[in-house]
Design a protein around this ligand. Sequence first.
Ligand code: SF4
Length: 191
Amino acid sequence: MELLTEMEKAKELVNAASTFDNVKLAKLIHTRDIIVDERVRYQCAYSGCREYGRKLMCPPYTLSVDEFKKVLSRYYMALLVQLEGEITNKANWEPESDRWALKLHDVVYQLENKAFGLGFPFAAALIGGSCKLCKECPGINSPNPICVHREKARPSMEAMGVDVLKTCSNMGINMEFSPDKVTWTGFVLLS
Ligand code: SF4
């Protein structure tokens, strides 16, 4: 695809992203602005994340940070998507937060599919946080673990070493933290 056509198609994708409920931001960014930092992956492993080693879309099952950097270098554009959801039960916020994470997962998955249709054959979605399609990851303890929802499961940005906060702040995107709402961020890499 020629560059101008590609940009037109990418803008179509931005418009499509904006039609999803609760999507508060859809923005095309250059992949050079995606900050990948080994410390993010280090935190996955050593900062007490409950999903480390328990989900096949999380480390240590995913690509290494260096491998992801190589993959990322083959893309020049990404669609950044942010979804905001209300937290009504502050005493027990995690189930609601997880439901919004699943919603973001569904949005980036659908946008990835649309991107294929628009002529981006290497479109690749990344979710925020860990995969929540299954509560427990079936078969994780088998000698040859295989994801049961490979068609829909996508890796976590943090697992790839993406520093989401720094990437957003470099883009001028203000990340506000509040007990009343949760914001989940995802990407669709476009090429
Ligand atoms: S879809 Fe299910 S099996 Fe696959 S990584 Fe996610 S939790 Fe694990």
